[in-house]
Write a protein that binds this ligand. Structure first.
Ligand SMILES: *[C@@H]1O[C@H](CO)[C@@H](O)[C@H](O)[C@H]1NC(C)=O
Ligand SMILES: *[C@@H]1O[C@H](CO)[C@@H](O)[C@H](O)[C@H]1NC(C)=O
Ligand SMILES: *[C@@H]1O[C@H](CO)[C@@H](O)[C@H](O)[C@H]1NC(C)=O
Ligand SMILES: *[C@@H]1O[C@H](CO)[C@@H](O)[C@H](O)[C@H]1NC(C)=O
Length: 453
């Protein structure tokens, strides 16, 4: 069946118009209508005398994809449904009726198959279904152009690299298969489901479509269902830009929060911004994905892990800032911290060239600095009484002042060194946490990518 259904229906109507164009043929047509349809009941199923059933050939042509809403799982399409059957009581001898071979009969004058869309979520809207084309052989063709909505079983685990399968299920509302026998139109499976649509610019691409006739047996009888299955593949480019790229960038930023120097107060700002951005990204994802879904999307897991890790890195920042700022107030770094952080971990985390390390040995400095001026003052007083020279006393006084100054400088130096030491500890701690965060974020990203592909 190569020619379009719409084309055929127009050809039919055109032929009917041409053939009935003359006044004589108008009379013939009127007579034919009277003869054929006067006693015709629209309620009686036109069963075949031999089989006791009417055989209806069903064909679907998908003409447009209006949209797929993954939040509600709703697929919205335009399609043409073609139904063909034979009513032997509607035959005529065309030579008796001015060679009229086809007749366009209004819908209301004929029996129609009661085939409905079982799984539609709203009443299908028909755009054109008011005429049935009748041939002199008794063959009838009814084409309905309509908009249909069905709910698909969504599997969003690997969103946005997912394929979705949607089904249109058609069947008779009341008749079992021994009265209304459904088949593929023209007895051809490939003709039973045709696609004629432009998918460019759409989110989805149809990658497979099949038609299948299913029979369900009950104790009384058997019912048929014509199932049209279509598989859509999501075009992921847009979603990569809008949903994956921001999350990846945020996850890259998380460890680098620990890379800022501990003096920088912006670390806390950055940490808070990361948490807020991660929450916003999660809200964005919730716009396209249904909340009540069984299989949680892996992208959602990625977002949640990012949120947790940005929270942990903020906690880590707070700890490091504490070590950096409050450590020196408690005096020198304990030996265990010095040996673990400054001796063992420092070279491992590539900080051995960071030269904030004390240049002089810190142990003897405070003693020297504080003791020497004290001793010299005692000596001065001794000598002052003995010599009494004004000049020498001044010099001694100057000397004493100098000692005090030196001692003060030394004590400041010691304080600086202590601060430097704690700064070292916090730097090493930072760097250790940085590597830890980089490692874990890398691991969970790789694991999620591995599951998706
Ligand atoms: C149709 O009618 C014509 C003339 O009445 C007759 O010759 C012909 O045999 C009929 N054809 C059939 C198939 O009945
Ligand atoms: C989606 O369908 C396409 C085409 O059949 C196939 O190449 C791809 O692997 C499918 N993707 C998934 C996730 O099943
Ligand atoms: C239904 O139609 C098919 C194809 O025309 C035929 O093979 C089958 O026997 C019919 N079944 C019934 C119950 O009429
Ligand atoms: C299309 O779906 C049918 C039925 O599931 C399957 O047998 C067939 O291999 C699929 N074709 C492609 C190209 O995926």
């Amino acid at each position: 069946m190569k020619a379009s259904i719409l084309g055929l229906i127009f050809v039919d109507i055109f032929l009917t118009q041409v053939l009935t164009g003359t006044r004589a043929n108008q009379a013939n047509e009127r007579r034919l209508f009277d003869d054929l349809l006067r006693g015709n009941s629209v309620h009686v199923v036109p069963v075949n005398d031999e089989t006791g059933a009417v055989t209806v050939g069903l064909g679907l042509r998908l003409t447009g994809l209006i949209g797929m809403d993954t939040k509600s799982g709703q697929l919205d399409v335009n399609a043409m449904l073609q139904q063909k059957w034979v009513d032997e009581s509607l035959r005529w001898n065309s030579s008796n009726y001015g060679n009229i071979k086809t007749l366009a009969v209004p819908l209301s004058m004929l029996w129609k198959p009661d085939i409905i869309l079982y799984n539609g979520i709203s009443k299908e809207q028909a755009f054109h279904d008011d005429t049935i084309v009748l041939e002199y052989t008794g063959r009838l063709r009814w084409i309905r152009s309509m908009r249909m909505q069905v709910r698909c079983d969504l599997n969003l685990a690997i969103f946005p690299f997912d394929n979705q399968t949607c089904k249109f299920k058609f069947g008779s509302a009341v008749h079992h298969m021994h009265t209304l026998n459904m088949t593929y139109v023209n007895d051809d499976v490939s003709a039973a489901f045709e696609i004629e649509m432009d998918e460019s610019g759409k989110d989805w691409q149809l990658v497979n479509h099949t038609a299948g006739l299913k029979v369900t047996h009950y104790s009384c009888c058997s019912f048929q269902t014509m199932v049209y299955t279509m598989v859509f593949e999501r075009k992921p480019l847009y979603y990569i830009h809008v949903y994956i790229l921001p999350a990846v960038i945020l996850s890259l930023l998380i460890p680098f929060q620990l890379f800022l120097p501990p003096e920088s107060r912006e670390r806390l700002t950055l940490g808070s911004i990361l948490i807020i951005s991660n929450i916003m990204v999660i809200f964005k994802l919730q716009e396209v994905l249904p909340m009540q879904h069984v299989t949680f999307p892996l992208l959602g897991i990625f977002y949640s892990l990012n949120l947790i890790w940005s929270f942990l890195s903020l906690l880590a920042t707070i700890c490091v800032l504490n070590v950096h700022n409050r450590g020196p107030r408690q005096g020198k770094a304990p030996d265990i911290i010095r040996s673990v952080f400054l001796s063992c971990l420092k070279p491992i985390v590539c900080l051995e060239n960071d030269n904030y390390h004390p240049v002089i040995s810190t142990d003897c400095v405070p003693m020297k600095g504080f003791e020497s001026p004290g001793l010299s003052t005692e000596h001065d007083e001794h000598r002052d009484g003995k010599i009494g020279s004004k000049l020498e006393a001044d010099v001694e006084d100057l000397n004493r002042q100098l000692h005090i100054l030196t001692a003060r400088a030394r004590s400041n130096e010691v304080k600086e060194e202590m601060i430097g030491e704690w700064r070292q500890v916090s730097l090493v701690l930072d760097r250790v946490l940085f590597f830890l965060f980089v490692f874990t974020i890398f691991i969970y990203t790789v694991v999620l990518i591995y599951i998706v592909f």
